[in-house]
Write a protein that binds this ligand. Structure first.
Ligand code: SAM
Length: 287
């Protein structure tokens, strides 16, 4: 018996001429914060679903793919990641993954919207279980303003876990912002940013990101790919940028000997994620 259409949450993707839908049981929360509209749904098969301004941020069921790939490849590429800055990331899933690394001494997370964190604490407590870790510092302000005030060389890895490049997240995809992030990075420093779908956003987001990151002085840039069922096309990327080294190797031995649990990430996945499909390689190498 088909369910009425009003029990489906649908996110259309204009670039793809496509849409992704999840069957929902009920809406658990809705509010308009000073920055964005925040909604939480209970779905039939993906657990809870966080939606900001109509765009899916995460589901309980598949967020581990994104959060592990936003954190572990960068942290296992840096030789000794101690000081981490997360811009955005208010749901705290990336923060939880970062704090699994014993080398990490301090993580500062700067999200513009405190309400995202408070709503996540209520509806996604599993992502917020490390928020009270003494190494974690949660701040709430615009990431661009924050980085502009920080001393040069004070961070080992910057993780930009932002919304799409629209609304308050748009400035986090600018060359000026990348230049400020580069200034903050110490020797061997790395930036990693979520960079949307290789299938739908290569020309509109990934290519401009490469130009801007290189224009900001980063020596090397590489997109890593991974599956993400709830995002447009189901296929997503994060893009790594190195301040002064080329990307290619990572601390494979340390990955093999890690003492924490991952559900997706391992050394073979890291190597495979760095392999670029031909259409991406052609499009990005020519830049
Ligand atoms: N995984 C998600 C995705 O790509 O769909 C992103 C997750 S996280 C919820 C994104 C966060 O970026 C939001 O909490 C939002 O408040 C934050 N954000 C947007 N613009 C920002 C800015 N200028 N400074 C700091 N945080 C920002």
């Amino acid at each position: 018996m088909p369910l009425p259409t009003n029990t489906w949450f649908t996110e259309p993707c204009e670039e793809g001429g496509s849409a992704f839908s999840l069957r929902t049981r009920r809406k658990l929360h809705q509010e308009q914060s000073p920055y964005q509209k925040i909604e939480v749904y209970e779905t039939d098969s993906y657990g809870n679903l966080l939606v900001i301004d109509g765009f899916i941020m995460l589901s309980s069921r598949d967020n581990f793919l994104y959060h592990e790939m936003m954190s572990h490849p960068a942290l296992f590429t840096h030789p000794n990641p101690r000081r981490i800055l997360i811009i955005g990331g208010g749901d705290c899933g990336t923060l939880t993954e970062v704090l699994k690394h014993a080398t990490v001494e301090q993580v500062t997370q700067v999200d513009i919207d405190e309400r995202v964190t408070r709503v996540s604490e209520q509806f996604f407590p599993e992502l917020c279980r490390s928020n009270a870790d003494p190494r974690a510092h949660l701040l709430f302000e615009d990431g661009v303003r924050f980085v502009a005030r920080q001393q040069s060389g004070c961070v080992d890895v910057v993780i930009v876990d932002s919304t799409d490049p629209i609304g308050p997240g748009e400035v986090l995809f600018s060359q000026d912002f990348y230049a400020q992030c580069r200034r903050l990075l110490g020797a061997d420093g790395l930036l990693v940013q979520q960079s949307e779908s290789p299938f739908y956003h290569l020309d509109s987001i990934i290519k401009p990101m490469y130009r801007r990151v290189r224009g900001a002085g980063f020596v090397d840039v590489l997109s890593l790919q991974f599956p993400q069922p709830v995002y447009a096309s189901g296929w997503w990327t994060c893009t790594l940028a190195c301040r002064d080294m080329t990307i290619g190797t990572f601390r494979e031995q340390a990955v093999e000997e890690r003492t924490f649990v991952t559900r997706y990430y391992n050394a073979a996945i890291h190597r495979a994620a760095m392999a670029m499909p031909e259409f991406m390689r052609q499009g990005l190498l020519a830049l």
